[in-house]
Design a protein around this ligand. Structure first.
Ligand SMILES: Cc1cc2nc3c(=O)[nH]c(=O)nc-3n(C[C@H](O)[C@H](O)[C@H](O)COP(=O)(O)O)c2cc1C
Length: 165
C-alpha cells in the first residue's frame, strides 16, 4: 500500500514525529505549507497562541501553498497535526475540510497522530472525524516542552506496528 504522511508543524514536534514514522513504515512525507505562515519561536508563545488560537476559534481555513506531492497517487494518507485550542491546527482544517474534499482524498485519510502540550487529543480527534470519517488508528504524542514526551518513541513504534498490519 502506497502511503504518504501529510502534516503541519509550527514548532517542529509534529515534523519530527512525521519523519520518524515515515522511516518506520516506509512512507513518503508531505508538509502542509500555509500561504501566510505563522512565525515559529520554537515553542508556543503568547503571540503564536493568539495567532493560531484565533484562527481555530473562528473556524478559519487559511489558504495553503501547492502540495509538493501528488496526493492522488497514494492509497493511504496519514495525517499529523499539532493540537490547537483542543482542535487541529487551522491549516490542517483547510486540508481536511477543503483540499481533501475537493481532491477526493477524504476516504484515504485513515490514521492521525497529534502533538499537544498536555497529552489530550480527544476533542481534536472527534473534530477531525467529523471531516474525515474514515479515521481509525490514532496516537496522542506530547511536545518536547513536557517530560511526558519521553514516551513518544514507544507510542510511535506501537502506532507504526498497527499501521503495518
Ligand atoms: C495556537 C496554539 C494552541 C495550542 N493549544 C493547545 C491545546 O489546546 N492543548 C494542548 O495540549 N496544547 C496546545 N498547544 C501546544 C501544542 O499543541 C504543542 O506545543 C505541540 O507540540 C506543537 O506541535 P508543533 O511543534 O509540531 O507545532 C497549542 C499551541 C499553539 C501554538
Amino acid at each position: 500500500m502506497k502511503t504518504i504522511i501529510v502534516y503541519y508543524s509550527l514548532d517542529g514536534n509534529t515534523k519530527q514525529a512525521a519523519e520518524t514514522l515515515a522511516k518506520a513504515i516506509g512512507a513518503d512525507v508531505c508538509e502542509i505549507q500555509p500561504v501566510k505562515p505563522i512565525k515559529s519561536a520554537g515553542k508556543p508563545t503568547f503571540r503564536t497562541i493568539m495567532q493560531g488560537g484565533g484562527q481555530v476559534a473562528f473556524g478559519l481555513c487559511p489558504a495553503l501553498k501547492e502540495f509538493s506531492a501528488d496526493l492522488s497517487q497514494y492509497d493511504r494518507i496519514i495525517l499529523g497535526t499539532p493540537v490547537w485550542n483542543a482542535k487541529c491546527a487551522s491549516f490542517v482544517r483547510t486540508f481536511a475540510k477543503k483540499y481533501a474534499r475537493q481532491h477526493n482524498l477524504t476516504d484515504k485519510v485513515t490514521a492521525v497522530f497529534t502533538l499537544s502540550g498536555g497529552g489530550d487529543n480527544t476533542k481534536c480527534i472527534a473534530d477531525l472525524k467529523t471531516m474525515l470519517p474514515k479515521i481509525g488508528a490514532t496516537v496522542s504524542l506530547v511536545g518536547n516542552t513536557n517530560s511526558l514526551s519521553a514516551d513518544n518513541e514507544k507510542k510511535l513504534a506501537e502506532f507504526a506496528a498497527q499501521l503495518k498490519q
